[in-house]
Design a protein around this ligand. Structure first.
Ligand SMILES: [Zn+2]
Length: 121
């Protein structure tokens, strides 16, 4: 049985030579909390379900979606460290309009209005 990666826009398949390319496949965690974080990280919406896609038994994600530090390479078979969340996904164009927070808010705080107020008096 050939497994395919569940991520959007990822065409990785588990073929006999995948491992030689450094590609590994990982099943979804059994812990519901962690599994939910994986699904949210994937930003995969399923039109057939009530909004959010649910992984089925045996569904996998390939190693492209994890950071190098997420893997435990001490074992003969590369495993994911417990509790890691996939973080590397190609965003399809229709999903790129996510609200951006962070840097812009910091800029506002640096421009303190007090100084200009004193000068205008
Ligand atoms: Zn993949």
């Amino acid at each position: 049985m050939v497994k395919c990666c569940s991520a959007i826009g990822c065409a990785s398949r588990c073929l006999p030579n995948s491992k030689l390319k450094g590609l590994t496949f990982h099943v979804f965690p059994t812990d519901e909390n962690v599994k939910r974080k994986w699904v949210l990280a994937m930003k995969r919406l399923d039109v057939n379900a009530a909004g959010i896609w649910e992984p089925k038994k045996g569904d996998v994600l390939c190693s492209r979606h994890f950071k190098k530090t997420d893997f435990d390479r001490s074992a003969p078979n590369i495993k994911l460290k417990p509790g890691v969340i996939p973080s590397i996904f190609e965003s399809p164009s229709h999903l790129q309009a996510w609200p951006q927070t962070g840097p812009s808010q910091q800029d506002c705080r640096e421009e303190h209005p007090n100084r200009t107020a004193e000068m205008s008096i």
